[in-house]
Design a protein around this ligand. Structure first.
Ligand code: PDD
Length: 277
């Protein structure tokens, strides 16, 4: 159905409480890609918040939508709320979830341009709850942080924990290149386990790169040789400016470019949904 015709019930708990989870997947040639990895993350989130869904049905609907959509390349947005219930904090364990799935086109040209030039970021305090590993639709702290970055004419906000350690971007994962080693905050650092992060780490390790998952002090970003971000919507994105400071003279770093190209080649070779095909 047309997205404009979708109606959200006033008592939907996703609407009232942010009692909802979501996933963003890439669609290629009319097929969702890396579904197994997205599914695994989604399922562990659903388990953590005690939400039950008919996953095979969601997979069927996703495929049906991909087949019907004019957007054969784009992004699937999958949103699962706990469903409708009286407006009280406690939820019914047997509530029927509401599921919204839509596809939006992807501006591949815009991504390519940004990848060529690199993007600017700012640092912001990480104001989120203590379970950012759950891909909850409660994104107000993320929205506030990104909005600050837009006000500063940057593209992303890098979040800094109360201990002064870098966690991730407000909607991406963070990587630094320091002395030819690729460094990224560990999953224990209260970050979202990004599917792109996972795929990039797997690919880079296969190619013999040194990837170290460790806590990163906020000051390290200012002396890193290269900085880049990963997410489903930007793949591998070079960072060329942090606040007022240029990274690598304001140009995407050599290692970042090589990794971004290798990742793009890998994406080219991915054919789509395997598990639910
Ligand atoms: N965001 N960290 C956060 C906080 C994110 O919101 C995202 C993705 C990522 C990267 O995850 P992945 O590689 O699986 O896309 C990391 C999506 C794209 C969004 O909210 O639109």
């Amino acid at each position: 159905m047309p997205l404009d015709d979708v109606r959200v019930p006033a008592l939907d708990r996703g609407f009232l409480f942010g009692d909802a989870l979501y996933e963003v997947l890439r669609v290629k040639n009319g097929r969702p890609i890396f579904w197994e990895e997205h599914h695994e993350r989604l399922q562990s989130g659903l388990d953590a918040v005690q939400m039950r869904v008919d996953m095979p049905e969601i997979e069927r609907q996703m495929q049906k939508l991909c087949a019907a959509s004019v957007n054969k390349t784009g992004m699937i947005y999958l949103h699962i709320t706990r469903g409708v219930g009286p407006r009280k904090h406690a939820f019914a364990i047997d509530a029927t979830p509401n599921v919204l799935i839509f596809i939006q086109p992807l501006d591949a040209e815009d991504i390519r341009r940004k990848q060529q030039n690199g993007v600017s970021v700012i640092l912001q305090p990480d104001l989120r709850w203590k379970r950012p590993d759950i891909k909850s639709s409660n994104l107000l702290p993320n929205c506030l942080a990104v909005n600050e970055s837009v006000r500063a004419q940057a593209s992303e906000a890098i979040l800094v924990s109360e201990r002064g350690q870098l966690t991730e971007g407000a909607c991406s994962n963070l990587f630094l290149v320091i002395d030819e080693q690729i460094v990224t905050p560990p999953l224990e650092q209260r970050i979202l386990g990004g599917v792109t992060r996972l795929k990039l780490i797997e690919m880079a390790r296969r190619q013999g790169y040194d990837i170290i998952e460790r806590t990163i002090d906020q000051m390290e970003i200012f002396t890193a040789d290269e900085v880049f971000l990963t997410s489903t919507s930007i793949d591998v994105m070079p960072v060329v400016k942090i606040q007022e400071q240029l990274v690598n003279g304001g140009h995407p770093g050599k290692m970042t470019k090589t990794l971004a190209q290798a990742f793009a080649r890998m994406m080219e070779s991915v054919t789509g949904l395997s598990k639910a095909a």
